[in-house]
Design a protein around this ligand. Structure first.
Ligand code: HEC
Length: 133
C-alpha cells in the first residue's frame, strides 16, 4: 500500500502544480483517504514543503527521472546503500557521493540549505527517503 501511495502521491503532486494546497480530503476513494493520513505526518509534510517551496529542490530533482540533478529515487538509493548523511551534505560538511562531477551545480543551493535548521534538513531527508520502494 505504501508503494502505491508514494507513486500516486508523486503523480498527484506533479499534476497539481501550484494548487497543491488544495486539500486531498475532497476525495472519497479509499486510496486517497489513505494518502491523507500519511500526508499529515508532520516531518514528511515539512520536508515536502521545503523541497517544493523555499528549497526549490523540485526544479532540479524529479521523483524518478534525471533532469538537471539526479532523481530523488537515485539519490535516496545511493545514500541508503552507502550510509550517506544527507543532513551533513546539505550543510556542506560531507563530500558528494552521488555525482561528484556535477557537484558545482548542487553547491549553489547551500546558500539556502545552510539557513535551514537541523530539523528542517532532516525533514528534507525524510521526504527524499520516502520515495524508496
Ligand atoms: C540547480 C539545480 C539543483 C537544485 C535547485 C538542487 N539540486 Fe540537488 N543536486 C543537483 C545536481 C546537479 C546534483 C548532482 C551533484 C552531486 O551529486 O553533488 C545534486 C545532488 C544532490 C544530492 C546528492 C549529493 C551527493 O552526495 O552527491 C542531494 C542530497 C541533493 N542534491 C539534495 C538537494 C536538495 C535537498 C535541494 C533543495 C534544497 C536540491 N538538491 C536542490 C542540482 C540541484
Amino acid at each position: 500500500m505504501k508503494k502505491i501511495f508514494f507513486l500516486l502521491f508523486s503523480l498527484i503532486f506533479i499534476s497539481c502544480g501550484d494548487k497543491k494546497s488544495e486539500p486531498f480530503g475532497k476525495a472519497t476513494d479509499e486510496t486517497l483517504v489513505d494518502q491523507t493520513e500519511v500526508a499529515v505526518d508532520p516531518t514528511l509534510a515539512l520536508g515536502e514543503d521545503l523541497f517544493n517551496g523555499v528549497g526549490l529542490c523540485k526544479t532540479c530533482h524529479l521523483p524518478d527521472k534525471k533532469v538537471i540533478g539526479p532523481s530523488i529515487v537515485e539519490i535516496a538509493t545511493i545514500y541508503k546503500e552507502k550510509g550517506g548523511n544527507m543532513v551533513e551534505f546539505l550543510k556542506e560538511n560531507a563530500e558528494p557521493i552521488v555525482d561528484p562531477t556535477q557537484y558545482e551545480v548542487m553547491k549553489t543551493n547551500f546558500a539556502v540549505t545552510k539557513t535551514l535548521s537541523d530539523e528542517e534538513l532532516k525533514a528534507l531527508e525524510t521526504y527524499m527517503y520516502s520515495f524508496l520502494k
